[in-house]
Design a protein around this ligand. Structure first.
Ligand SMILES: *Cc1c(COP(=O)(O)O)cnc(C)c1O
Length: 380
């Protein structure tokens, strides 16, 4: 029961805050159903786990957990600067890139400022913008892709930033280099462009933008990246932004001083050193994507072409005849049925995509298992 008089104490921004809906944890499903095997393809995690060198680094770092972490994360920033070809003063670190996105919003968005994002934008953006008391301006997608022209048309004197993920979650579509430069050239200098590149390591396409090369030319560009996806450190929470040093200095002033813990810092350094692991993850992802496309084609299901580590599949709204589920879409019916077989995928109702489910790429075996269960539940 919500105590309404206590709820009324919250700031109006909090009272209207959208709720983040994470993928269902395997442990929760295991508690609910007595299942011996669970395959979680719901949070775009790395199915290979992380580099074994990370485990060694964390083991060693355990000796130091009585001490506060390095608030400036000198060694991690140094490693990142080399890896990304930037200077250390261009980096701000976050407790996951979600933290950095929140810090960016709190640093730059004041009441009455406007922030633009696509109708199928990552669910953290509405939360960060709302909490900062700013106004969200939502632009329509075109064929599940961000519409750069619509975004530019939405800019006015109050606009402070444009937020976009490339590739985008939950659609998996991407903006090309040409589209990004069109956007950057069209934005006035008082508008920041926040490019969330959580899945950058998975994309190997010639027309995918090389954003870091654009930083020198566009001081209003902020690129965010994470160790949660291809590096496999989602549980440790490390993300970062790359920007003009003046922007990084502001973000570093606003973030909590110890927002990246010691184990996370040491793990991220070790993860960066093992690029062979990242390459292996990227290659597995490509194979998994082929495996899923092939299976979905055979099952006659349509999906949004994705360059990330997940695929968003359309199941439609029509509930099967004689189904015991009286309400909800076909997609939620499938999602529930998959849960009972130990397969966790992501419903997208909160993205206003109730006919779709998002499926993360697993190992070959995990994919096979999930495809087999999907084939089974499709006949329900
Ligand atoms: C997963 C994801 C992130 C990463 O979040 P972390 O806080 O770094 O774990 C950021 N942006 C998008 C679009 C994502 O899908």
């Amino acid at each position: 029961m919500v105590n309404s008089s206590l709820a009324a104490l919250a700031c109006p921004t909090v009272q209207h805050l959208p709720i983040y809906r994470p993928g269902k944890p395997s442990s929760e499903l295991a508690r609910e159903y007595k299942l011996s095997k669970i395959v979680k393809l719901a949070s775009n995690e790395n199915p290979l786990g992380c580099s074994p060198h990370v485990l060694d680094a964390v083991q060693q770092a355990l000796a130091n957990i009585a001490h506060y972490p390095d608030a400036n994360a000198y060694e991690l920033k140094q490693a990142l600067a080399v890896h990304c070809g930037v200077t250390m003063d261009q980096i701000a670190l976050g407790n996951g890139s979600n933290d950095i996105l929140d810090v960016i919003a709190r640093t730059f968005l004041c009441a009455d400022d406007e922030a633009i994002y696509d109708e199928y934008a990552f669910q953290v953006y509405p939360i960060a913008v709302t909490l900062a008391s700013a106004k969200a301006v939502v632009t329509p997608s075109r064929h599940w892709r961000h519409d750069v022209v619509a975004m530019l048309n939405a800019v006015n004197a109050r606009t402070k930033m444009v937020l976009l993920a490339n590739p985008n979650n939950p659609t998996g579509t991407y903006l090309t280099h040409a589209e990004l430069t069109q956007l950057l050239q069209g934005l006035p200098p008082h508008v920041l462009l926040v490019m969330d590149e959580a899945y950058v390591e998975y994309v190997r396409l010639a027309d995918y933008p090389q954003t870091l090369k654009l930083l020198a030319q566009y001081p209003n560009l902020i690129v965010t990246r994470t160790f949660s996806k291809a590096y496999g450190l989602a549980g440790l929470r490390v993300g970062y932004s790359l920007s003009h040093p003046d922007i990084a200095a502001l973000l570093n002033r606003v973030r909590q001083p110890f927002n990246v813990n010691h184990l996370a810092q040491m793990a991220a350094i070790a993860a960066l050193r093992d690029q062979a692991f990242v390459l292996q993850s990227q290659q597995l992802n490509e194979q998994s994507m082929q495996q899923w496309r092939h299976a979905l084609d055979k099952l006659g299901l349509s999906y949004i072409a994705s360059v990330a580590n997940f695929i968003t599949v359309k199941f439609g709204s029509q509930i099967a005849e004689g189904s015991r589920t009286a309400e909800g879409s076909r997609a939620s019916e499938i999602q529930q049925a998959l849960l009972q077989h130990g397969v966790i995928v992501r419903p997208l109702d909160n993205y206003r995509m109730p006919e779709h489910l998002r499926i993360s790429m697993g190992t070959r075996e995990e994919n096979e298992y999930a495809i087999d269960k999907l084939q089974g539940v499709l006949h329900l």
